[in-house]
Design a binder for this molecule. Structure first.
Ligand code: SF4
Length: 370
């Protein structure tokens, strides 16, 4: 089992909070596509010797691509057995979702959309410097249904400047009214190098504070649970049977290759990542660096990825890394078991409904530092 991630590093406009690798120089698209095909061919052996279960187009903005370009990319990935392929996700900007485009994407094999809606409040969308408005956000979901998509995810953001609980509640209500299958919701982080971070430093924005953050997260969890969503990972909610297979595989340590500038790859023992620079990429320089994971790296990754999920982490998984890591985990988790922030069921340790509000703290406390 394995996955493929494809990073499309172009955006028509920069959102003020975003630190993903991207460029607004769309004139480089053809050169990028040529080199992407070359990079795909370097992984022919990986593709033919693994059951590729998922493909994920992320970015950047994959919807800067014409549907024909998406089809061409998919044709270049020479799968030996197409019937293992369960999920092909495509990230879409709401104002790129006209019906014809979506119909063509569906025909090319894309069977899951991830739409970057972020908010249904037009004022907030403009603070974020997004290209779309709330009306476009709704109409893209309608178009996607008409085009035959039955697996739609939307992204939302909270903890934003100017976002009251009422506004957040209203956005969640509008999201659930769309009857989508999956919602990912992320708390804003002020990443260095972004316009948001500069505004924070200058005092134009203030962080919203722990209490408000927790209230907004709680509101999200309660409302989505009431609407029939399962909270299966800290930031992810799905109706039954519609969890993201690609991301779940990632959290479960399934190997994947990442193609395109800044994309990361993992083969079970080693991680490597591509240059975060479109110019170098189109000159044919793909890989920036690789590292073989030490036992401590593997332990820390396991803790970081699995404790975020509903299934939690099992003693068997920890034992595979090493008995001393299992002992360390058991000892360090005791205080969280006592406080009710971690529950044990069978051999699985899971962050409880109470603990989820301090999950970052719990995870960092359970890390092993050499
Ligand atoms: S949030 Fe998405 S659309 Fe906005 S700049 Fe970042 S990658 Fe581009």
């Amino acid at each position: 089992m394995a996955g493929i991630y494809i990073h499309i590093p172009f955006c028509f406009k920069r959102c003020d909070y975003c630190d993903f690798y991207k460029t607004t120089n769309i004139s480089l698209k053809n050169d990028f596509l040529k080199n992407l095909k070359r990079e795909i061919s370097l992984y022919n052996e990986f593709v033919s010797s693994n059951e590729i279960e998922t493909i994920y187009f992320g970015g950047g903005t994959p919807s800067v691509l014409k549907s024909e370009e998406v089809s061409d990319i998919l044709k270049e990935i020479r799968l030996k057995q197409k019937n293992n392929l369960k999920e092909i996700t495509f990230e879409l900007n709401p104002d790129d979702g006209n019906l014809l485009y979506l119909e063509k994407l569906r025909k090319s094999g894309i069977n899951r959309l991830s739409i970057g809606i972020q908010s249904f409040d037009d004022k907030i969308l403009s603070v974020l410097n997004r290209r779309h408005n709330s009306a476009q956000a709704k109409s893209v979901v309608e178009n996607a249904r008409k085009a035959g998509f039955d697996n739609i995810s939307i992204d939302l953001m909270y903890g934003l400047p100017g976002m009251t609980e009422e506004k957040w509640s209203d956005t969640i209500n509008q999201a659930t009214e769309l009857n989508v299958e999956h919602i990912s919701a992320y708390h804003l982080t002020y990443e260095k190098g972004t316009i948001f971070h500069k505004k924070l430093e200058k005092g134009v924005f203030q962080e919203i504070g722990e209490d408000k953050s927790v209230r907004q997260f709680r509101l999200l969890i309660d409302k989505l649970k009431n609407a029939g969503f399962e909270h299966y990972e800290i930031s992810n909610f799905a109706v039954p049977g519609k969890q993201s297979i690609h991301n779940s595989n990632y959290w479960n340590g399934v190997k994947y290759v990442g193609l395109g500038p800044s994309a990361h790859s993992f083969d079970g023992d080693k991680r490597w990542w591509n240059v975060a620079d479109i110019r170098s990429y189109i000159e044919g320089k793909f890989i920036e660096k690789e590292e073989v994971l030490s036992d401590t790296d593997r332990y820390n990754e396991l803790v970081m990825l699995k404790l975020r999920t509903k299934g939690g982490i099992t003693t068997d998984e920890l034992d595979i890394v090493g008995a001393s890591y299992l002992d360390y985990f058991k000892k360090e988790s005791e205080k969280f078991i006592k406080s009710g922030d971690i529950n044990i069921t069978g051999n699985a340790y899971r962050i409880s409904e109470k603990g989820i509000f301090i999950s970052d703290y719990i995870i960092s406390e359970l890390f092993y530092y050499e």
